[in-house]
Design a protein around this ligand. Structure first.
Ligand code: TGC
Ligand code: FAD
Length: 390
């Protein structure tokens, strides 16, 4: 039997192109050497090291699929592998890369003018500037179309008013992608704008005391009579433009959560192989082996589906349903896996240095953002039956 066939029974990692293998190896080394040593302390102190963005940029992790403005033109498989390796350390780090790549660089690249791309993309891709994506509001979470943030035409631009809530990176952002409706809040009037830190009327507020994703700064965006010039308005076409950004972020999340689950699986496997209870290793018990087999099964089915979806994305196929299946199922299964890993470590599973509890509470966020579990069920139900439950 080949040595690692229990770890990769469908040969997902073996089937990668040489370029994707190299990207995975580099990201894995960086994650272990640079991110892992401080993760427990930074989590305890809610600390994000801003210098990391430049490191992410140097490694090609930001806007990796872009072929211009400093992007390396990597495949979607590589994009997924980056999320997988980074989230092995902490979902906060994957989140910051997802937001910058899929929700800031991607909309500017897809809906921006040449001037906007030239102005914003190089600094975002190199990590010199940090971006955020403001869609959610206090009373508009799963249903963003009920947002209250508005724009109104004024001279050669727009006046924006409103506020965004639960926005990753907003307290540290230089560039803000903000979504708003016209002054009558007509659903189909949705438009995207690029705002820059320091503009009059724009401020942010940190959400304090978060118990999950503690390394990642999250906050509000407060927008009071902010003037945005026409040249900073994105050329979007309705809600499908907003959702096209979410598709990419949800795809990365689907790979990422399997990184968290894999990390906890390997920690638990090593622990039960070494922990002696009732005079024999815990791993010698059938119930423990069944847990390990269940974990192995779900992670590998998830990875096999991720790689198929990545290849379909590389071929520009319609992956909307695949992404909802994966975002929903991989988050749900990863949470179950990580909770079982916690259980296999007994009391030690509660200790910070074993990492598992941190992954568990992080996954509670990941299950909720980018379309909560039940919202993806309803998206899939709607697409199957042609009947919307919303
Ligand atoms: P619906 O009528 O279904 O669609 C409106 C228009 O959009 C099109 N569309 C899509 N286009 C591309 N990709 C998709 N996945 C699409 N889904 C729908 C659709 O064809 C239609 O186009 P058109 O031309 O006919 O107008 O819209 P709805 O209002 O019924 O949708 C409801 C629902 C629940 C599906 C949607 O609102 C939703 O997805 N809600 C969840 C909200 C969400 O995910 N928010 C995420 C905020 S960002 C974030 O959390 C970042 S976390 C940090 C990180 O990523 O790490
Ligand atoms: P709600 O919409 O109030 O949902 C609460 C519960 O009700 C969920 O279980 C949901 O599944 C269920 N529910 C809702 N509607 C229905 C229905 N019709 N039928 C059945 N059940 C339903 N947003 C951004 O725009 N940008 C960001 O960068 C960002 N970062 C985030 C970072 C963190 C740490 C967190 C926690 C959130 C972030 N979000 C961000 C917001 C996130 O996208 C929302 O929290 C998410 O969309 C859910 O909205 P909500 O919290 O208002 O929950």
């Amino acid at each position: 039997m080949k040595q690692n066939s229990w770890f990769d029974p469908f040969f997902v990692f073996e089937s990668l192109s040489e370029e994707d293998k190299l990207i995975q190896k580099n990201v894995k080394n960086f994650s272990e050497d640079v991110l892992k040593p401080n993760v427990v302390e930074y989590n305890k102190n809610h600390h994000f090291d801003l210098e990391l963005y430049k490191e992410f940029g140097k490694l090609g992790l930001l806007g990796s699929t872009l072929k211009t403005h400093g992007g390396s033109g990597a495949s979607y498989t590589a994009y997924g592998l980056i999320a997988y390796e980074i989230e092995k350390i902490d979902s906060s780090y994957r989140s910051s890369i997802s937001v910058q790549s899929s929700l800031v660089i991607n909309p500017i690249n897809s809906f921006g003018s040449k001037e906007q791309k030239d102005k914003y993309l190089p600094d975002l891709i190199s990590g010199n500037k940090i971006g955020c994506f403001g869609l959610t509001e206090t009373e508009a979470g799963s249903d963003p179309s009920s947002m209250k943030t508005t724009y109104k035409k004024y001279q050669d631009g727009y006046i924006l008013n409103g506020s965004k809530h639960w926005i990753t990176n907003s307290p540290i952002a230089d560039i803000f992608i903000v979504w708003a409706l016209n002054e009558n809040c007509e659903t189909n009037s949705i438009k995207g704008f690029i705002l820059e830190k320091g503009v009059k009327g724009l401020s942010t507020k940190v959400i304090e005391n978060k118990t999950s994703l503690k390394i990642s700064p999250t906050g509000q965006i407060l927008i009071e009579n902010v003037f945005v010039h026409d040249s900073d308005c994105l050329e979007t076409s309705g809600w499908s433009s907003v959702f096209s950004c979410l598709n990419k972020a949800r795809f990365g999340i689907s790979w990422g959560v399997l990184g968290s689950a894999t990390e906890c699986w390997l920690i638990a496997k090593e622990y039960v192989e070494n922990r002696i209870m009732f005079k024999k290793p815990l791993a010698s018990n059938q119930l423990i082996q069944k847990k390990l087999a269940d974990i192995q099964t779900e992670i590998n089915l998830g990875l096999a589906s991720c790689i198929l979806t990545s290849k379909a994305m590389d071929q520009d196929r319609d992956t909307i349903n695949a992404i909802s299946v994966l975002k929903r199922n991989n988050c749900k299964k990863s949470l179950d896996i990580v909770r079982n890993c916690r259980d296999m470590l007994g009391a030690n599973g509660l200790v910070e240095e074993y990492h598992i509890m941190r992954h568990l509470v992080n996954l509670e966020t990941v299950k909720t953002y980018e379309g909560a579990e039940d919202i993806h069920a309803l998206i899939l139900g709607k697409n199957q039956t042609n009947i919307s439950s919303f």
